[in-house]
Write a protein that binds this ligand. Structure first.
Ligand SMILES: [Zn+2]
Length: 287
């Protein structure tokens, strides 16, 4: 019966069209889901593990949003859920007379070890303060020689900043820094690649209360505890009175909450991030 068949065809057609749209909707939802999870994973990873970028695993940052992020996310999740209650205190700039020794004194009295990212030209001026940091068992990293934002420099200029700082630090304490923190936290694809190729580990942070402009220790304190998380890296500064005023309560509160303070190298070890060989053993590269 032609009429009936025609009707059946039309029905089939309508059914097929409806099916096609449902399928299209499902595919779009699936794509949307993958995009969302990549986005979530990237945020999760950058909060938890892309704070320490070692030359050995710099691949994770080459193409943010790529499937490498999922791989990094897996590593990140596995360490995150171990809930290691560790946190790293880092201090940028200096060393400076008066404030750096005060800071070191507080840390040493409380048995806390931190990481100091020092400026080469200040080390040149106040070498004995670098020894004071080193003698306290704290870790020392590089923060360039002139405190210039490295995303404005060319490859040679970046390497000069790193080399000059390494040399002056090595002259005083007998070991070269392996860790590096970019001034102002400013880094782009090119400068990141240059620093990693040079063999330094880039150390960013996940908790930045802005002690360089906020002078009220209570506000700094609240901000830090709002953002605090296991495995976090706090960035503070060496030459500021508000930071020194903040320290005793900050240390007390973290310890009361069951946190242990670690240096960046210890944190990297806990997170399973490979670091280059100890600086003393590294050989001078000639070119
Ligand atoms: Zn700085």
């Amino acid at each position: 019966m032609p009429v009936k068949t025609g009707y059946g065809n039309k029905k089939n057609m309508r059914f097929a069209i409806r099916g096609f749209f449902v399928l299209l909707l499902l595919i779009s939802l699936a794509i949307y889901g993958v995009v969302l999870s990549l986005d979530w994973m990237e945020k999760f990873v950058s909060r938890n593990d892309l704070q320490i970028i070692s030359p050995q695993c710099g691949w994770a940052l080459e193409e943010p949003g790529s499937l490498d992020i999922l791989r990094m996310g897996y590593l990140s999740l596995s360490t995150y859920y171990r809930e290691d209650r560790v946190i790293a205190l880092t201090f940028d700039d200096g060393p400076y007379p008066l404030y750096t020794p005060l800071l070191i004194d507080i840390l040493n009295r409380k048995g806390v070890r931190a990481t100091f990212f020092v400026i080469g030209e200040d080390v040149e001026k106040f070498g004995s303060l670098l020894e004071l940091i080193d003698d306290g068992g704290h870790e020392i990293g590089s923060h360039t020689y002139h405190h210039r934002p490295i995303d404005n420099l060319n490859g040679e200029e970046i390497k000069d900043e790193l080399r000059m700082t390494d040399e002056v630090v090595e002259e005083i304490i007998g070991k070269k820094p392996v860790l590096f923190r970019p001034p102002g936290g400013r880094i782009d694809h090119f400068s990141r690649r240059t620093v990693l190729d040079y063999g330094h580990v880039i150390v960013m942070y996940s908790i930045n209360p802005g002690d360089y402009w906020q002078r009220d220790p209570n506000i700094l304190y609240e901000d830090i505890f709002e953002k605090a998380h296991p495995g976090g890296i706090i960035v503070l500064h060496s030459g500021l009175i508000q930071t020194i005023r903040l320290m005793p309560t900050l240390i007390y509160e973290f310890q009361r909450k069951g946190y242990r303070f670690v240096t960046i190298s210890e944190l990297a070890r806990i997170k399973g991030i490979p670091l280059p060989e100890a600086s003393e053993e590294r050989e001078e590269e000639e070119d």
